[in-house]
Write a protein of this length. Structure first.
Length: 109
């Protein structure tokens, strides 16, 4: 299962972590893994290029890990991109089911 954890402080997304594999189909044919990966990678690229934001990122393809952490409140463009990631992940869950992707929230102090 792919697990997506979105960290929020005062309603603002400050982090997200995508980990695991959907196991919907064989490697290279898993459309759920592809969809979630594309949403995550596109968000990272857009945060950097379009929103011109700085953040920590960790990635491990073998573990299916992508993690982004902000040490500050993201700018308005970044906030929109992060909320778009949230909507995209929820869309995958709505389409394919929560047995392949879980979305949980954590509160950041």
């Amino acid at each position: 299962m792919i697990r997506v954890v979105i960290g929020k402080k005062d309603g603002v997304i400050l982090s997200f972590r995508i980990s695991g594999h959907a196991e919907y189909d064989n490697y290279g044919k898993d459309i759920i893994c592809s969809a979630v990966s594309m949403i995550g990678i596109n968000t990272v690229n857009s945060l950097s290029i379009l929103a011109e934001e700085t953040f920590e990122v960790e990635q491990d393809e073998d573990l299916g890990l992508l993690e982004v952490i902000f040490d500050h409140r993201p700018n308005e463009k970044a906030d929109i991109l992060l909320r778009s990631l949230e909507l995209g992940i929820q869309g995958v869950i709505d389409q394919y089911g929560s047995e392949f992707v879980s979305l949980v929230y954590e509160t950041i102090d």
